[in-house]
Write a protein that binds this ligand. Structure first.
Ligand code: ARG
Length: 475
């Protein structure tokens, strides 16, 4: 071992470790590479608000339990409030050599109030501190996410409203299948984003327990009152096991998993927008403000917003994978590996919020081309199922036979390159002699749409009802 780095660090002066707060028994400064890998403050400084919030509750509790004097708690509290102010107004300088947000704030507290700052960390550890902060932070983030999902749902419902009679081809296998309405299509996404909201809500129940007071891993010998800090911080209860509390990151995983599902939904909707907006389909035109041109092809209007959402969804989903892989080999209790949870989680949170706002904007501003949708219905024989149903309902033909007869009529239409409803009665009767002349009215596209009145179906009456329900349930 004779790398420059090793020699340099081995020869480093026997001065106290840069992080004096825990450096009591250290003789050497950190190696350059270690100083690069160890700090997390660039990532976790966004937890400052929650860190101070947690410290305020902790100091108040310590005084109430007689562990600190009232005077000490007051001094600590006013110091913390000053720091809050400094950070909020952008005057606080986070220092990398102070490792993380917790040590940055504690060091500053010492600068402001002196040695009494050292008493704040009584009956606490960074292990319970960091998970407390993260839970508090996520509570806020989940509200923001919920609001963003709700706004998207509101826009989807608003844009769906005038389109309960706007017929478009519904697809399976991306092949024209049956007529549906544009409103029906949009409302299905309202359901998806609604489930996303309930997943987050559900995760919040398990997340909202206070780990504060678990200390390093084993609890503490000080007569603390964990319920008091839990209550002050708005937690529903305290966690049951100190050991579990400092090592558990299930709440991070649950949220990351929920975000991957949301991202997947966003990606699917993006794919629809990309498909719908290609001129060959032309069902929608995305607003210029969410598209871009090409540096070489002057005619282009590319769906970059939608494509980026689709692309980013892969990376959002990947964060869950990273997190679960990071966790799966960890023995109890705290391990520094988990410092890496925040990078992944914050990335997923930030990107999901960005994608949600882009999607909301794209839906809000797109132009709907109802006549292109109707024109597309002329391709692909999307009323063929209805023709078979007509044979069943009016002529008591068994469905299998009806399917076969209809297939033959479709073949005739294909040969003539016309829509099914354009095939004459005489031509249809070549396949089924007794065919009633009511068939053409029956297979008219609007009639096909209006007939699907089963619960959750595409009939305008049903979609109007669903829209009302959706408003009530989600907005
Ligand atoms: N920065 C650390 C993290 O994010 C805080 C906890 C450190 N605890 C420790 N024992 N080193 O996980």
């Amino acid at each position: 071992m004779s790398s420059r780095l090793t020699k340099k660090s081995a020869r480093s002066k026997p001065k106290p470790h840069a992080t004096a707060l825990w450096g009591g028994h250290f003789a050497h400064a950190p190696a350059e590479a270690f100083a690069a890998i160890n700090p997390s403050v660039a990532i976790d400084q966004r937890l400052w608000r929650e860190d101070i919030e947690g410290s305020l509750a902790h100091a108040t509790m310590l005084a109430a339990c007689g562990i600190l004097t009232k005077k000490e708690a007051t001094v600590i509290t006013s110091g913390l409030k000053k720091i809050h102010h400094e950070i909020e107004s952008g005057r606080f300088v986070f220092k990398t050599d102070l490792e993380d947000v917790h040590l940055n704030i504690e060091s500053r507290l010492k600068e402001i109030i002196g040695d009494v700052a050292g008493k704040l960390h009584t009956a606490r550890s960074r292990n319970d501190q960091v998970t407390t902060d993260l839970r508090l932070y996520l509570r806020r983030e989940m509200e923001a996410l919920n609001d963003a999902l709700k706004s998207l749902q509101a826009v989807l419902i608003k844009r769906a409203e005038p389109h309960t009679d706007t017929i478009m081809p519904g697809y399976t296998h991306l092949q024209p299948a049956q007529p549906i309405s544009f409103a029906f299509h949009l409302l299905s996404y309202v359901e998806m984003f609604g489930r996303d909201r309930t997943r987050l809500e559900d995760a919040r129940v398990r997340l909202n327990q206070s780990p504060l007071g678990a200390c390093a891993l084993a609890g503490t010998s000080y007569p603390i009152n964990r319920n008091m800090t839990a209550k002050a911080l708005g937690f529903d209860s305290i966690t049951a096991s100190a050991l579990d509390s400092v090592s558990d990151r299930d709440f991070v995983l649950e949220i990351a998993a929920a975000l991957s599902i949301t991202a997947m939904h966003l990606s699917r909707l993006s794919e629809e927008l990309i498909f719908w907006s290609t001129p060959q389909i032309g069902f929608v035109r995305l607003h210029e403000s969410f598209t871009s041109g090409s540096s070489i092809m002057p005619q282009k209007r590319n769906a970059d917003g939608a494509e980026l959402v689709r692309g980013k969804s892969a990376h959002i989903a990947a964060q869950f994978n990273g997190l679960i892989s990071m966790m799966k080999g960890l023995p109890l209790a705290y391990n520094k590996d988990t410092q890496e949870d925040k990078r992944a989680l914050f990335f997923a949170l930030d990107e999901t919020k960005l994608c949600l706002s882009v999607m909301t904007g794209m839906i809000e501003t797109l132009d709907v081309n109802a006549s292109a949708m109707r024109r597309a219905c002329a391709l692909g024989y999307i009323n063929a199922t209805d023709l078979a149903d007509f044979l069943v309902q009016h002529h008591a033909v068994a469905f299998r036979d009806a399917h076969h007869i209809t297939g033959k009529i479709v073949k005739r239409a294909e040969e003539k390159q016309i829509a099914l409803e354009a095939v004459s009665l005489a031509e249809m009767r070549k396949e089924y002699k007794a065919l009633s002349s009511a068939v053409h009215n029956f297979i008219a596209l609007d009639a096909c749409l209006a007939r699907r009145t089963s619960a959750g179906g595409t009939a305008p009456v049903q979609v109007k009802r669903a829209m009302k329900e959706a408003r009530k349930q989600w907005l």
